[in-house]
Write a protein that binds this ligand. Structure first.
Ligand code: C2E
Ligand code: CA
Ligand code: CA
Length: 869
């Protein structure tokens, strides 16, 4: 998480194209080298061939020259010879020449001359053809000018040399050697023109050519006739005969190629295969690398996106995110930290988290250490810290170990700022214990105080001189109602505030002054030892009350009546004490104003009255003298009716409709609440069954029903009997239900939830520690008490409380309803605070069954909110 660098994106790396080019290049190079080598080889072979060709020319020439020279030497030895001259220059002496074999067949047999002739310019004087005498003239055999031959031989006679030429003999090329016949070297000179000429004919027969070739290392030596298609074989012209001597062209280069190229090709092929394999491998590897690279890039992008998302969330979230190392030193703080705390990240990076956050109940270090040992999970801790202005703030810290290879490498978590929530909680707490107008303790705090104080009395710690116990003084203002009605609520409020101040001024630190509602106050006094002291106190108080109250330019006069109950006389039961004080107050009022009365047994008339009322109520339950009125609840978004609350009224035969506040408390104090509650539940479900759609019905449950009856069984039975689907029934329960037996209440509520009904916390904000209950109990929704709604428009403080409750409810996933909405302004404020649902006189008062039927029909038609009067 530490440093996310935006430029971490991988460079574009077109891997495969590069590898391909490289591979192609290497292949090309290899082919070029191969071709070059082959070229060089062929060149060498060619050179070798041509060299050998030259040589073969040379040797052929040499062979012919040698043959010619040999023939010339031989003929010279016969021609330049005295005997020959003597026997042949004139008439040819055949006897000498042939018979005596001086120029006879040995020349054919041994030397291979097919023709041996002696001629002069006139005739052929002697002739041998294949070693036999012949009479035929040489000109008949030899196809050359004999005259020129004789000329040449005679010309060369001076040097005793022979001449030679190629000519056709008997139609076949032959080497013709001629020499003038002259006497040996005896110094006598003869006229060359007179000399006969000796001629040897050496036909170039295939047999002779074969031998000649063998002698000179030539093969295929042969004669090619003129006109025959010239072959590519090397050739030498044989004089002017038109015949050519040819032979096989030696091709050592070719041999070289034949011997070198096949293995070279084979090696090349093997190399090619190897190279191909290698290239394929290289390509594959590079493709693999490419795909790896692409995958890497994609995952890198995903990582970047995820980091981006994380950043966006971290920056947008209201919580800040922290991370520490193993020792709890801060490694990371999200940017929200700066916005929330006013510190810079650098102020805290590297410092222990413990130094920043504190928890009264558990040191952070210990908490983190515990996380290390347990299964990995997210834990929460409520902490405090001081922001950069040293203001105390609250946050809910979550933490989770960071695991690396199964080892804890640090911790990570969030810190949600709950300062406002804590403040709202404290405010709600205060409001639930205090009167919103005067700031005096209310009934709740009074109940707690009484319980504690009376509890101390029954178990006095040591000799705490409080023998007379507590004195309860219930005070009711005289003539307050007219002030309120004629001068208006603001004046009424001002009077109440002044009264509260005077009462507080009159009492001591350890005494308690509570406002019970309206113009009723209760004082709990301790340390008053006798009635005289109490009387003095009461007189002083009445005197103080009678002082005019200045409001603007008006002087207002009020008085007070008081009823007194004493714990050492009426017992240590708070309810009973208040009841007694109430009876005494009633008596005081009856006596006239500005006076006080002690409770006495005679005042029990009141109790009689209560008994009477109780009997009447019992009868009423028996006779079903109750009816239900229905008050719709609207969804703020669209103003459609989502639920209808059933509110009970006593249809008294004489007194008419009596409001529930007048008899529900009495019913709760007796067993009567159970049958009454059952009747209400049943009647409401029965009625709701006929409502259109999924419209819900809300039924109020009294805490007394929880302790005195089996609510779960009652609800189950009612649902079965009426056939109303469970999800259409909502039960409204006040927090007081939790006061008696927390575990049992939770158990019952879970069982109710299991039936499928919805649970709504009624009068939210008026009881004890509302927040705690919300967390623990399975409520679906909360109803903000109408007291908060009524006060909302008056001051922004109360509005802030309503807002805090709405936000809290939402944070806990609960539907939030505001009840007691009486004005358009309240509705608008709730709307802007995004409250979910509203209920109140402004939309609709509680109405009877028939009127509700009409309202629902009307809504079905118009789908508009109704404001029936
Ligand atoms: P609650 O459950 O808080 O019911 C709302 C009370 O506020 C009703 O009084 C209703 O008429 C009144 N109300 C509704 N809108 C407004 C408004 O805009 N301004 C003002 N000032 N008041 C409004 P109601 O019908 O007199 O009932 C009083 C209380 O009696 C109820 O308070 C509830 O706690 C109790 N109650 C009523 N019916 C039953 C019931 O069937 N069973 C039980 N156990 N208690 C019931
Ligand atoms: Ca209610
Ligand atoms: Ca209520």
């Amino acid at each position: 998480m530490n440093k996310t660098n935006a430029d971490s994106s991988l460079p574009a790396l077109p891997q495969t194209p590069h590898t391909r080019t490289l591979v192609a290049l290497i292949g090309l190079l290899f082919a070029a080298a191969f071709l070059l080598g082959m070229g060089a080889l062929i060149n060498i072979a060619r050179n070798l061939n041509s060299e050998e060709l030259q040589k073969s020319y040379f040797y052929t020439q040499k062979a012919l020259e040698t043959r010619t020279a040999t023939s010339a030497a031989l003929i010279s030895s016969f021609a330049v010879w005295d005997s020959a001259y003597d026997h042949l220059n004139g008439i040819a002496d055949t006897q000498w020449a042939y018979k005596e074999r001086n120029l006879g067949d040995p020349l054919f047999i041994n030397n291979g001359y097919e023709g041996v002739f002696v001629i002069d310019r006139k005739s052929t004087k002697y002739g041998l053809l294949n070693g036999r005498l012949t009479e035929v003239a040489l000109s008949r055999y030899l196809d050359t000018s004999l005259g020129s031959l004789i000329d040449a031989a005679q010309d060369a006679a001076a040097q005793a040399r022979a001449v030679d030429r190629f000519a056709l003999f008997n139609g076949w090329p032959a080497l013709v050697t001629a020499a003038a016949i002259q006497p040996g070297d005896d110094g006598t000179r003869v006229d060359p023109a007179s000399l006969s000429v000796m001629i040897f004919v050496d036909q170039l027969t295939p047999a002779k050519l074969l031998k000649l070739g063998q002698a000179y290392g030539l093969t295929g030596l042969a004669i090619e006739a003129p006109g025959v298609q010239t072959s590519s074989r090397p050739q030498l012209n044989l004089g002017r005969t038109g015949y050519r001597l040819t032979w096989d062209q030696p091709r050592p280069g070719n041999d070289l190629l034949w011997s070198v190229v096949p293995p070279l090709l084979a090696a090349g092929m093997v190399l090619c295969l190897l190279l191909g394999y290698f290239f394929r491998f290289a390509l594959r590897t590079s493709q693999q690398m490419d795909s790896n690279y692409r995958v890497l890039k994609v995952s890198n992008q995903a990582l970047e996106a995820s980091e981006e998302r994380f950043r966006a969330v971290a920056e947008a979230a209201s919580d800040w995110i922290w991370e520490t190392d193993e020792q709890g030193r801060i490694l990371y703080l999200s940017t929200r930290f700066v916005a929330v705390t006013g510190f810079t990240s650098d102020d805290w990076l590297g410092k222990p988290l413990e130094q920043l956050l504190h928890c009264d109940t558990l040191p952070i270090d210990t908490w983190l250490a515990d996380l290390r040992n347990s299964q990995p999970h997210t834990a929460h801790l409520r902490c405090t810290y001081r922001d950069h202005c040293a203001q105390p703030r609250y946050c809910r810290v979550s933490a989770r170990p960071i695991l690396q290879d199964g080892q804890v490498a640090g911790f990570r978590g969030t810190a949600s700022d709950i300062t406002d929530e804590v403040a709202a909680h404290a405010q709600i707490q205060h409001l639930s214990m205090h009167d919103a107008l005067t700031g005096l303790p209310n009934r709740n705090l009074l109940a707690r105080h009484l319980e504690e104080a009376l509890g101390r009395l029954s178990h006095p710690p040591g000799n705490h001189g409080n023998a007379h116990g507590l004195t309860l003084l219930l005070l009711d203002l005289d003539d307050f109602k007219p002030i309120n009605d004629t001068l208006g609520h603001p004046v009424g409020d001002a009077v109440l505030l002044e009264v509260a101040k005077r009462l507080r001024d009159a009492t001591r630190e350890q005494d308690l002054v509570a406002r019970l509602g309206g113009d009723e106050f209760l004082m709990v006094l301790s340390g008053l030892t006798n009635d005289k002291e109490i009387d003095r106190f009461c007189a002083r108080l009445i005197e103080s009350m009678r002082q005019p109250i200045v409001h603007g330019d008006q002087q207002l006069y009020i008085g007070a009546s008081m009823g007194i109950a004493q714990s050492h006389l009426q017992g240590p039961d708070p309810t009973e004490l208040i009841r007694c004080a109430d009876i005494a107050l009633y008596a005081a009022k009856a006596e006239g104003k500005n006076t006080w009365r002690y409770f006495s047994a005679q005042m029990n008339e009141e109790i009689q009255h209560r008994r009477h009322l109780e009997n009447e109520l019992r009868l009423a339950v028996k006779n079903h003298e109750f009816i239900l009125h229905y008050q719709p609840r609207y969804e703020l978004d669209g103003m459609t009716i989502v639920s209808v609350e059933a509110l009970v009224r006593w249809d008294h035969p004489i007194e008419g409709l009596i409001s529930p506040d007048a008899f529900i408390p009495l019913a709760e104090q007796t067993e009567l609440i159970v049958p009454l509650g059952r009747w209400v539940l049943r009647e409401a479900c029965e009625t709701a069954r006929h409502w259109p759609g999924d419209l819900m019905v809300s039924v109020n449950l009294s805490p007394a029903q929880f302790s005195r009856s089996d609510v779960v069984a009652d609800v189950r039975e009612t649902l079965i009997q009426t056939g109303l689907p469970a999800h259409r029934l909502e039960l409204e329960i006040t927090e007081n239900v939790m006061l008696n037996d927390i575990d049992n209440a939770l158990h019952i509520m879970n069982a109710l939830k299991e039936l499928g009904v919805r649970l709504n916390m009624d009068d939210f904000g008026t009881g004890y520690s509302s927040l705690g209950y919300l967390r623990t109990y399975p409520f679906d929704s909360i109803k903000i008490d109408k007291r908060f709604i009524a006060a909302m428009a008056l001051g922004s403080n109360d509005r802030a409380v309503v807002q805090a409750i709405i936000n809290l409810g939402k944070a806990m996933g609960l539907k939030v309803t505001a009840e007691g909405v009486e004005t358009e302004q309240q509705l608008a404020l709730l709307n802007s605070d995004a409250c979910h649902e509203v209920q109140g006189f402004y939309m609709s008062r509680p109405i009877d069954k028939l009127a509700l039927g009409r309202l629902l029909a009307q809504q079905d038609e118009a789908r508009l909110p109704s404001r029936s009067a």
